[in-house]
Design a protein. Structure first.
Lengths: 161, 161
Protein backbone atom coordinates (compact mmCIF):
# COMPACT_ATOMS: atom_id res chain seq x y z
CA UNK A 1 0.00 0.00 0.00
CA UNK A 2 1.00 3.66 -0.21
CA UNK A 3 3.74 5.19 -2.28
CA UNK A 4 5.84 2.02 -2.43
CA UNK A 5 3.69 -0.28 -4.54
CA UNK A 6 3.94 0.18 -8.31
CA UNK A 7 0.98 -2.04 -9.15
CA UNK A 8 -1.66 -0.64 -6.85
CA UNK A 9 -5.15 -0.19 -8.19
CA UNK A 10 -6.81 3.11 -7.37
CA UNK A 11 -10.19 3.27 -5.71
CA UNK A 12 -12.96 5.55 -6.99
CA UNK A 13 -13.12 7.60 -3.76
CA UNK A 14 -9.43 8.46 -4.02
CA UNK A 15 -9.76 9.37 -7.71
CA UNK A 16 -12.64 11.75 -6.98
CA UNK A 17 -10.68 13.43 -4.16
CA UNK A 18 -7.53 13.72 -6.25
CA UNK A 19 -9.40 15.14 -9.24
CA UNK A 20 -11.28 17.55 -6.95
CA UNK A 21 -7.83 18.83 -6.07
CA UNK A 22 -5.78 18.43 -9.23
CA UNK A 23 -8.05 17.66 -12.16
CA UNK A 24 -9.18 19.95 -14.94
CA UNK A 25 -12.10 19.71 -17.35
CA UNK A 26 -11.41 21.96 -20.27
CA UNK A 27 -12.97 22.75 -23.62
CA UNK A 28 -10.73 24.53 -26.10
CA UNK A 29 -12.20 26.06 -29.25
CA UNK A 30 -9.60 26.63 -31.93
CA UNK A 31 -9.74 28.42 -35.27
CA UNK A 32 -9.60 25.71 -37.93
CA UNK A 33 -10.38 27.06 -41.41
CA UNK A 34 -10.46 23.53 -42.89
CA UNK A 35 -13.55 22.64 -40.83
CA UNK A 36 -17.08 23.39 -42.00
CA UNK A 37 -17.79 26.11 -39.45
CA UNK A 38 -14.16 27.22 -39.20
CA UNK A 39 -13.78 26.17 -35.56
CA UNK A 40 -12.63 22.98 -33.88
CA UNK A 41 -14.00 22.03 -30.46
CA UNK A 42 -11.43 20.18 -28.36
CA UNK A 43 -12.60 18.90 -24.97
CA UNK A 44 -9.97 17.51 -22.66
CA UNK A 45 -9.68 16.03 -19.18
CA UNK A 46 -6.31 16.57 -17.53
CA UNK A 47 -4.49 15.85 -14.28
CA UNK A 48 -1.08 17.49 -13.89
CA UNK A 49 1.62 16.39 -11.41
CA UNK A 50 5.32 16.83 -10.84
CA UNK A 51 7.20 14.06 -12.67
CA UNK A 52 8.13 12.44 -9.35
CA UNK A 53 4.47 11.38 -9.16
CA UNK A 54 4.24 10.05 -12.71
CA UNK A 55 3.33 6.68 -11.17
CA UNK A 56 0.02 8.10 -9.95
CA UNK A 57 -0.75 9.38 -13.44
CA UNK A 58 0.08 5.93 -14.87
CA UNK A 59 -2.35 4.42 -12.35
CA UNK A 60 -5.09 6.78 -13.52
CA UNK A 61 -4.44 5.81 -17.13
CA UNK A 62 -4.56 2.17 -16.21
CA UNK A 63 -7.75 2.60 -14.14
CA UNK A 64 -9.63 4.35 -16.96
CA UNK A 65 -8.04 2.31 -19.75
CA UNK A 66 -7.64 5.38 -21.92
CA UNK A 67 -5.71 8.64 -22.25
CA UNK A 68 -1.98 9.18 -22.23
CA UNK A 69 0.71 10.29 -19.79
CA UNK A 70 2.96 12.92 -21.35
CA UNK A 71 5.11 15.93 -20.49
CA UNK A 72 3.03 18.99 -19.58
CA UNK A 73 5.74 21.58 -19.01
CA UNK A 74 9.27 21.26 -17.65
CA UNK A 75 9.14 18.94 -14.64
CA UNK A 76 5.40 18.56 -14.84
CA UNK A 77 3.61 15.65 -16.47
CA UNK A 78 -0.03 15.15 -17.31
CA UNK A 79 -2.57 12.39 -17.66
CA UNK A 80 -4.64 13.63 -20.58
CA UNK A 81 -7.79 12.24 -22.12
CA UNK A 82 -9.11 13.42 -25.47
CA UNK A 83 -11.53 11.90 -27.96
CA UNK A 84 -15.27 11.45 -27.53
CA UNK A 85 -15.21 7.74 -26.81
CA UNK A 86 -12.63 8.03 -24.04
CA UNK A 87 -14.19 11.17 -22.58
CA UNK A 88 -17.56 9.42 -22.46
CA UNK A 89 -15.94 6.91 -20.09
CA UNK A 90 -14.56 9.73 -17.95
CA UNK A 91 -17.95 11.46 -17.86
CA UNK A 92 -19.65 8.19 -16.91
CA UNK A 93 -17.25 7.72 -14.01
CA UNK A 94 -17.79 11.21 -12.56
CA UNK A 95 -21.55 10.92 -13.03
CA UNK A 96 -21.42 7.80 -10.91
CA UNK A 97 -18.94 9.31 -8.42
CA UNK A 98 -19.68 13.04 -8.09
CA UNK A 99 -16.99 15.58 -7.32
CA UNK A 100 -17.38 17.44 -4.03
CA UNK A 101 -15.86 20.83 -4.83
CA UNK A 102 -17.21 23.51 -7.15
CA UNK A 103 -15.32 21.71 -9.90
CA UNK A 104 -18.55 19.72 -10.10
CA UNK A 105 -20.10 22.75 -11.84
CA UNK A 106 -17.38 22.69 -14.51
CA UNK A 107 -17.84 18.96 -14.84
CA UNK A 108 -21.60 19.29 -15.45
CA UNK A 109 -20.94 21.71 -18.29
CA UNK A 110 -18.18 19.51 -19.66
CA UNK A 111 -20.56 16.54 -19.64
CA UNK A 112 -23.10 18.61 -21.56
CA UNK A 113 -20.47 19.49 -24.16
CA UNK A 114 -19.60 15.81 -24.61
CA UNK A 115 -23.29 14.95 -24.97
CA UNK A 116 -23.80 17.69 -27.60
CA UNK A 117 -20.72 16.54 -29.49
CA UNK A 118 -21.80 12.90 -29.46
CA UNK A 119 -24.99 14.01 -31.14
CA UNK A 120 -22.98 16.04 -33.67
CA UNK A 121 -24.58 19.28 -32.50
CA UNK A 122 -21.29 21.16 -32.54
CA UNK A 123 -21.28 20.80 -36.31
CA UNK A 124 -24.26 23.12 -36.57
CA UNK A 125 -23.95 26.79 -35.82
CA UNK A 126 -26.55 26.65 -33.07
CA UNK A 127 -24.80 23.70 -31.44
CA UNK A 128 -21.43 25.43 -31.72
CA UNK A 129 -22.92 28.46 -29.97
CA UNK A 130 -24.14 26.21 -27.16
CA UNK A 131 -20.71 24.64 -26.83
CA UNK A 132 -19.07 28.08 -26.86
CA UNK A 133 -21.44 29.29 -24.13
CA UNK A 134 -20.77 26.26 -21.92
CA UNK A 135 -17.06 26.50 -22.54
CA UNK A 136 -17.06 30.17 -21.60
CA UNK A 137 -18.88 29.45 -18.35
CA UNK A 138 -16.31 26.78 -17.49
CA UNK A 139 -13.03 28.44 -18.37
CA UNK A 140 -13.69 32.09 -17.89
CA UNK A 141 -10.35 33.68 -18.52
CA UNK A 142 -8.99 31.41 -21.17
CA UNK A 143 -11.50 31.25 -23.92
CA UNK A 144 -11.16 34.10 -26.35
CA UNK A 145 -12.41 31.87 -29.19
CA UNK A 146 -15.65 31.08 -27.39
CA UNK A 147 -16.24 34.78 -26.73
CA UNK A 148 -15.64 35.51 -30.37
CA UNK A 149 -18.05 32.86 -31.56
CA UNK A 150 -20.77 34.20 -29.30
CA UNK A 151 -20.06 37.81 -30.29
CA UNK A 152 -19.98 37.00 -33.99
CA UNK A 153 -22.89 34.57 -33.90
CA UNK A 154 -25.35 36.88 -32.25
CA UNK A 155 -27.21 38.30 -33.98
CA UNK A 156 -25.36 37.79 -37.27
CA UNK A 157 -24.64 34.06 -37.33
CA UNK A 158 -23.56 34.14 -40.96
CA UNK A 159 -20.35 36.00 -40.10
CA UNK A 160 -18.63 32.78 -39.03
CA UNK A 161 -19.14 30.74 -42.15
CA UNK B 1 -24.61 13.84 -3.29
CA UNK B 2 -22.04 16.06 -4.94
CA UNK B 3 -21.57 19.78 -4.53
CA UNK B 4 -25.20 20.46 -3.60
CA UNK B 5 -25.42 18.80 -0.20
CA UNK B 6 -24.17 20.86 2.75
CA UNK B 7 -24.27 18.01 5.26
CA UNK B 8 -22.45 15.30 3.35
CA UNK B 9 -19.97 13.16 5.24
CA UNK B 10 -16.66 12.62 3.53
CA UNK B 11 -15.29 9.15 2.92
CA UNK B 12 -11.68 8.24 3.77
CA UNK B 13 -10.77 7.44 0.14
CA UNK B 14 -11.84 10.90 -0.98
CA UNK B 15 -9.94 12.56 1.88
CA UNK B 16 -6.73 10.72 0.97
CA UNK B 17 -7.07 11.69 -2.69
CA UNK B 18 -7.83 15.32 -1.87
CA UNK B 19 -4.94 15.58 0.58
CA UNK B 20 -2.62 13.89 -1.94
CA UNK B 21 -3.52 16.82 -4.16
CA UNK B 22 -4.02 19.75 -1.83
CA UNK B 23 -2.74 18.88 1.64
CA UNK B 24 0.45 19.98 3.33
CA UNK B 25 2.35 18.54 6.28
CA UNK B 26 4.64 21.19 7.62
CA UNK B 27 6.95 21.64 10.59
CA UNK B 28 7.96 25.21 11.35
CA UNK B 29 10.80 25.91 13.76
CA UNK B 30 10.68 29.44 15.13
CA UNK B 31 13.12 31.43 17.26
CA UNK B 32 11.50 31.75 20.68
CA UNK B 33 13.93 33.08 23.29
CA UNK B 34 11.44 32.41 26.12
CA UNK B 35 11.69 28.65 25.56
CA UNK B 36 14.38 26.51 27.19
CA UNK B 37 16.33 25.78 23.99
CA UNK B 38 15.36 29.06 22.34
CA UNK B 39 13.33 27.41 19.56
CA UNK B 40 9.68 26.49 19.19
CA UNK B 41 8.67 23.52 17.05
CA UNK B 42 5.30 24.07 15.35
CA UNK B 43 3.94 21.16 13.32
CA UNK B 44 0.86 21.83 11.23
CA UNK B 45 -1.42 20.02 8.81
CA UNK B 46 -3.09 22.27 6.26
CA UNK B 47 -5.45 22.10 3.31
CA UNK B 48 -5.90 25.33 1.35
CA UNK B 49 -8.80 26.08 -1.01
CA UNK B 50 -10.44 29.04 -2.68
CA UNK B 51 -13.18 30.40 -0.41
CA UNK B 52 -15.84 29.14 -2.82
CA UNK B 53 -14.96 25.66 -1.54
CA UNK B 54 -15.01 26.54 2.16
CA UNK B 55 -17.75 23.93 2.53
CA UNK B 56 -15.26 21.17 1.76
CA UNK B 57 -12.87 22.52 4.41
CA UNK B 58 -15.76 22.58 6.91
CA UNK B 59 -16.48 18.95 6.05
CA UNK B 60 -12.84 18.04 6.76
CA UNK B 61 -13.03 19.81 10.12
CA UNK B 62 -16.23 18.01 10.95
CA UNK B 63 -14.81 14.62 9.83
CA UNK B 64 -11.69 14.93 11.99
CA UNK B 65 -13.44 16.72 14.84
CA UNK B 66 -10.50 19.10 15.26
CA UNK B 67 -8.69 22.00 13.60
CA UNK B 68 -10.10 25.27 12.36
CA UNK B 69 -11.16 26.83 9.07
CA UNK B 70 -9.71 30.31 8.67
CA UNK B 71 -8.52 32.78 6.04
CA UNK B 72 -5.20 31.75 4.48
CA UNK B 73 -4.54 34.68 2.15
CA UNK B 74 -6.93 36.86 0.18
CA UNK B 75 -9.59 34.63 -1.37
CA UNK B 76 -7.99 31.48 -0.03
CA UNK B 77 -9.06 29.68 3.11
CA UNK B 78 -7.45 26.86 5.01
CA UNK B 79 -8.37 23.93 7.19
CA UNK B 80 -5.55 23.94 9.72
CA UNK B 81 -4.72 21.51 12.49
CA UNK B 82 -2.19 22.31 15.21
CA UNK B 83 -1.59 20.86 18.65
CA UNK B 84 -0.22 17.42 19.47
CA UNK B 85 -3.50 15.82 20.44
CA UNK B 86 -5.28 16.86 17.25
CA UNK B 87 -2.28 16.06 15.05
CA UNK B 88 -2.09 12.59 16.60
CA UNK B 89 -5.61 11.99 15.24
CA UNK B 90 -4.52 13.20 11.80
CA UNK B 91 -1.42 10.98 11.86
CA UNK B 92 -3.55 7.99 12.93
CA UNK B 93 -5.90 8.55 10.00
CA UNK B 94 -3.12 8.70 7.39
CA UNK B 95 -1.37 5.71 8.90
CA UNK B 96 -4.59 3.77 8.41
CA UNK B 97 -5.22 5.28 4.96
CA UNK B 98 -1.86 5.85 3.24
CA UNK B 99 -1.30 8.64 0.75
CA UNK B 100 -0.44 7.54 -2.78
CA UNK B 101 1.79 10.35 -3.98
CA UNK B 102 5.31 11.21 -2.80
CA UNK B 103 3.61 13.34 -0.15
CA UNK B 104 3.62 10.05 1.75
CA UNK B 105 7.36 10.62 2.34
CA UNK B 106 6.67 14.00 3.94
CA UNK B 107 3.90 12.43 5.97
CA UNK B 108 6.21 9.71 7.35
CA UNK B 109 8.65 12.37 8.57
CA UNK B 110 5.82 14.45 9.96
CA UNK B 111 4.53 11.41 11.88
CA UNK B 112 8.02 10.90 13.31
CA UNK B 113 8.12 14.53 14.47
CA UNK B 114 4.75 14.13 16.20
CA UNK B 115 5.98 10.94 17.88
CA UNK B 116 9.20 12.63 19.08
CA UNK B 117 7.22 15.58 20.39
CA UNK B 118 4.74 13.39 22.24
CA UNK B 119 7.69 11.88 24.05
CA UNK B 120 9.04 15.38 24.80
CA UNK B 121 12.19 14.69 22.81
CA UNK B 122 12.12 18.09 21.14
CA UNK B 123 12.83 19.64 24.55
CA UNK B 124 16.30 18.10 24.55
CA UNK B 125 18.99 19.36 22.23
CA UNK B 126 19.43 15.94 20.62
CA UNK B 127 15.69 15.62 20.05
CA UNK B 128 15.53 19.14 18.64
CA UNK B 129 18.30 18.23 16.20
CA UNK B 130 16.31 15.20 15.08
CA UNK B 131 13.22 17.33 14.58
CA UNK B 132 15.25 19.93 12.67
CA UNK B 133 16.70 17.21 10.43
CA UNK B 134 13.28 15.71 9.67
CA UNK B 135 11.80 19.13 9.11
CA UNK B 136 14.58 20.04 6.69
CA UNK B 137 14.03 16.84 4.71
CA UNK B 138 10.30 17.66 4.45
CA UNK B 139 10.28 21.35 3.62
CA UNK B 140 13.51 21.91 1.79
CA UNK B 141 13.35 25.51 0.75
CA UNK B 142 11.49 26.97 3.66
CA UNK B 143 13.33 26.03 6.75
CA UNK B 144 16.18 28.39 7.51
CA UNK B 145 15.71 27.80 11.24
CA UNK B 146 16.18 24.04 10.92
CA UNK B 147 19.37 24.59 8.90
CA UNK B 148 20.64 26.96 11.53
CA UNK B 149 19.94 24.51 14.37
CA UNK B 150 21.82 21.77 12.55
CA UNK B 151 24.69 24.06 11.63
CA UNK B 152 24.98 25.46 15.15
CA UNK B 153 24.39 22.13 16.91
CA UNK B 154 27.06 20.21 15.10
CA UNK B 155 29.63 19.88 16.46
CA UNK B 156 29.18 22.64 19.04
CA UNK B 157 25.75 21.96 20.52
CA UNK B 158 26.28 24.43 23.37
CA UNK B 159 26.02 27.37 20.98
CA UNK B 160 22.23 27.20 20.97
CA UNK B 161 21.62 27.44 24.70
Amino acid sequence: MGAGNQQERLDPGWIVGFVDGEGCFHVAINRQPAMTLGWQVLPEFRVVQHRRDKRVLDSLQSYFGCGSVTVNNGDRMEFRVRGLESLTKIVGFFEQHPLRTRKQNDFRKFAQVIRLMREGDHLTLEGLENVARLSLEMNRQQNASASRILRDCTPNTAALR
